[in-house]
Design a protein around this ligand. Structure first.
Ligand SMILES: [Zn+2]
Length: 285
């Protein structure tokens, strides 16, 4: 991959560094892991999905620009996001390496390719979709720039790419570790290779030749830490806090279907939020 990576060391873990890379424009592990080693890790070990709870908002936002067409969800896990698109009349396909998750997605009516992302694009590089969703993918792959550049070929006329990544080294996280003097707790090797904040993700998309058309950030879970709920020490607290957010969003949507999206657009503008969701189109030449 990239050979000139260098930058300030943000953290060290297991003999590797997390650097704020001047060359790439975002933070990542250094040295990088081997790609085949990583694929083995996902096929066998990785069993938890990062919960995304903006499934409804993603359909709603896409409908501002597009009628129902075809969508590919890269790393679709159990097909929950695509289920929302199926209900809206979309033709849904997904890739998922994890066998168990792929089986659940298929039972929901999703056409699933149970192969690695790399293999999928080698095999189907000629195919195009109206929308491609890549949620919680970019932080896992060794070369996200190359991935985004090549995916432009898989977007149809006026195609839209949705990316979602955890928002790391975010202002709330940094405030919390400064206060508690703990190490950056969000570093997770070998599954998270890249660590994006708003600036890093925007830089990456722009270098890959995309124009950002909309941005949102999901609820800043770190607020619970800042208010004294130490979910890092107790997973039960974390689950309860997460359930509170899900319930709050349900009540807000019930009152006004656009309210959650409005709120989270404002959070994105402040660079806070647990994850960042960007909607982008390839720049035309
Ligand atoms: Zn780099």
């Amino acid at each position: 991959m990239r050979s000139n990576c260098r930058g300030n060391v943000l953290a060290e873990r297991d003999g590797r560094k997390i650097i704020k890379c001047q060359e790439c424009g975002f933070s990542h592990v250094y040295p990088m892991f081997d790609e085949e080693e990583l694929e083995k890790f996902y096929e066998n070990v990785y069993a938890e999905s990062t919960p995304s709870y903006l499934w409804f908002e993603k359909v709603q936002n896409i409908r501002k620009w597009k009628k129902p067409g075809s969508i590919l969800d890269i790393g679709c896990w159990e097909g929950k996001q695509l289920e929302y698109f199926i209900q809206d009349g979309w033709q849904c396909e997904g890739t998922e390496l994890n066998k168990k998750a792929a089986a659940v997605a298929m039972s929901r009516g999703v056409e699933v390719y149970q192969i690695s992302i790399r293999e999928f694009f080698n095999r189907y590089n000629y195919k195009t979709w109206d929308v491609i969703n890549a949620a919680y993918i970019l932080e896992h792959i060794p070369d996200p720039l190359q991935f985004l550049v090549s995916i432009k070929n898989n977007l149809g006329e006026d195609g839209i790419l949705i990316v979602e990544v955890p928002n790391e080294f975010s202002p709330f996280q940094l405030a919390y570790i400064k206060e508690t003097l703990i190490e950056p707790y969000w570093i997770a090797l070998p599954d998270h290779l890249n660590y994006f904040d708003r600036e890093g993700l925007e830089t990456l998309l722009s270098r890959a030749g995309f124009k950002i058309i909309h941005g949102e950030a999901s609820f800043p879970m770190e607020m619970f830490l800042l208010m004294g709920d130490n979910y890092l020490a107790d997973r039960v607290i974390g689950k309860k806090d997460f359930a509170k957010v899900v319930e709050m969003e349900r009540v807000l949507r019930n009152h006004d279907p656009g309210l959650v999206s409005q709120l989270y657009t404002a959070l994105y503008q402040c660079s806070v939020g647990r994850s960042i969701v960007l909607y982008a189109k390839p720049v035309k030449h």
